[in-house]
Design a protein around this ligand. Sequence first.
Ligand SMILES: [Ca+2]
Ligand SMILES: [Ca+2]
Length: 297
Amino acid sequence: WTRKSGTTPSGSTGPSEAESGTHYIFVESSSRNHPDVRFVLQSANFSSGSSDRALYFQCSMYGSSMGSLALEFASTAGWTQLWEKSGDKGAGWFPVAVTIPGEATALRFVGITGSSYRSDMALDSIVASEMAPTPPPPMPVDQALSCDFESDFCNWLFKNVGEEEWRRKSGNTPSSNTGPSSAYTGTYYVYTEASGGNKNKQFVLESPTFAISSSRKKISFWYHMKGSKMGDLKVMSSVYPGTGAAWNTIFADSGSQGDQWIHAEVEIPGDVNKLRIVGETGNGWSSDIAVDDITVV
Ligand SMILES: [Ca+2]
Ligand SMILES: [Ca+2]
């Protein structure tokens, strides 16, 4: 992350000026700094609180090959995403307000550059408050859950950031004899990379809180589980903010299912307002679990 005034050195990416005052900070994506280079800006540690707090900031994500920018918090459970955006958001700054859970003891911004030098992302006017922001109204369930993973993770967020992260991928996964050879729809899907010490790990994608629907809805998705050490795939539901961490399994499959995309349609319980997709890798690298084309029906 670099402190700067005026424009960034490259054309057609980055802000033209600071949002407040003269300076801002940004990720320089030119030269060797793309693709997929990770820039971390981490706060000092601070005391946890008994109630939610807030962070406000201004953001610029201008560039035709913009990568992703996330805000994450640390707690005893590790790093968790609070907010994430990816792709070109046009010239100019946009404001962001994020609720910081009371259990947070540090924050960090993580910028990941896109495929070219046109992915300079910037931050300015960061303000923290002891008072939580007014919560936005919950999303409709179809908006909260639907995703084809073609450009990003839509509204799904990671748990255990930087560790067991679901990855977006086109084509086959890096390991042979596990994972799909192509997406179910379009070009991209998401999967659990089981290589590199990731056996017997839990990969969690969490939906935003959604409005409880008066009509019965189902989450529809396609999954792929090929591999001799294949683990488990689960969909779990919760009522948020619940009393304790009560996550109920509403769908599960385990073991190798061969080289095929399988369709699942699971009823969302009537009182539920949050879902997780949990992939648990098996006892070896041959357990890449993939998911694509989530819709609500
Ligand atoms: Ca400034
Ligand atoms: Ca797709």
